[in-house]
Design a binder for this molecule. Sequence first.
Ligand code: NZQ
Ligand code: ZN
Length: 386
Amino acid sequence: MNNFNYRNPTRILFGKGQIAAINEHIPTTANVLILYGGHSAEKNGTIDEVKQALGDRNIETFSGIEANPSYSTLMKAVTKIREHKLDYLIAVGGGSVIDGTKFVAAAVNCSGDPWQEILVNHAKDIDHALPFSAVLTLPATGSEMNANSVITRYETNEKLAFSTPHVYPQFSVLDPTKAYTLPEKQLANGVVDAFTHVMEQYLTYPSNAMVQDRFAEGLLQTLIEIGPELIKNPQDYDLQSNFMWTATLALNGLIGAGVPQDWATHMIGHEITALHGLDHAQTLAILLPSVLVEQRDKKHDKLLQYAERVWQLTEDTEETRINLAITKTRDFFEQMGIKTHLSDYDITEQDIGIMVKQLNEHGLTQLGEHNDITLDKSQKILQASL
Ligand code: NZQ
Ligand code: ZN
C-alpha cells in the first residue's frame, strides 16, 4: 500500500427528512445564496423545503446552472454574490450544480482571471473559498463529498477540472427521496458514472491494498445488483438509499487512498463532452471498455481479480476470463440503456483528430496509472471505440 494523507471534512446528513436539519449546521446570521439548475428542484418541492429549513435567514436564489456547468453562467452567480454581499452557498442538485457552486465559492475571492487561476492553473494559488453545503438530488459524481469540480467553457469547447481542499462541502444532505423524480436516463448515467469512478481507482495494478480492493469490489457488485432494479423502481427507498450512498463512497477518497489511480477514461471523456455535448456517463460507457482492452497487459492481474471477484469468472484460461469480464462490463452499461460506441452518437473517424489535438492542448499526454497513455494510445482508444 502506498503512503497517504486522507482527511474528508464533509458531514453527511443521510435519510428521509434530513433537509430540516440544515438549520442546525448553518450560522443563523448567514446571508445565503441557494444555487440550482433547471426546474427539477423547484418542481419536486426541494427548493421550498430548503427555504423553509433556513427560516428567517437572508436568502437569495440563483437558477439556471446547466448540465456540464457553464463558466459564463457561473460568473453571473459570482456577480450576484458580490452585489448582495452573500456569504454562504447552498447547492441543490446533481454534480453540475455542486461542481458549479464549488467554482463560484472559489471565484468570488479570486483577484485575477478565475478561468486562468482556477481551471488552467488547477487552483494552485487558491487559499480560501466561501463556505458551502449541498443538497443532493442525483447520485452519480460523488461531488457532494469530494473536493473536485469540472467546468465547461462553451465559447472555446473546453471542459477542465480542478481540485482544492477549500471546496469540500461543509455538509451534504443525502435524502434518497429527492432522487425519486429522476428520469431513467439520469439514473442510468449515475450508475455508470459511479461504476467508472470505482474502476478508475481499482482496476490498475495490485498494491496490496486489501481493504480498498474489497471495498471497491463491494461497491461494483452493489451497482450491478441494484442498477437494473432502480430503473424499474425509482421510488423504492431501499434501492435509492443504497444507490445514493454507493455513489458517494465511490468518489469520496476512501477507496482511492494508498492505491494507484487511472482516470484516463475520464480525461478523454471530457474532450468528447466538450466537443460533442455527450452526457458525462455516455463518454465513460464508450471509453472504459476500450481503455481496458488497450491496457490489458499492464492491467492483467487486476483484470483477473475483477473477473473472479466481481463477475465470478473462475473457469477457462486467463485470457478468456479477462475477455469475458470486459464484455460483461460493456453489456452492463448497455443493459442500463447507455450505448457504448462513438458511432451510436454519430461521432466518426474524422472527429477523432480534433479530440486528440485538444488532449494535447490541455497537457493530457501521459494518462493512466503508468503515465503511458500517450496521444498515440488515446487515439487508438478512440478508434477502438468507434
Ligand atoms: O437542471 P435540472 O432541471 O435540475 O435537471 C437536472 C439535469 O438536467 C436533472 N436532475 C437532477 N436531479 C434531478 C433531476 N431531474 C429530475 N429529478 C431530480 N431529482 O439531471 C440532469 C443532469 O444533472 P447533472 O448535475 O448534470 O448530472 P450529474 O450529477 O451526472 O453531473 C454531471 C457533471 O458532474 C461532473 C461531470 O463532468 C458533469 O459536468 N463530474 C464531477 C465529478 C466530481 N465533482 O467529482 C466527477 C465526475 O467524474 C464528473 O466528471
Ligand atoms: Zn465521472
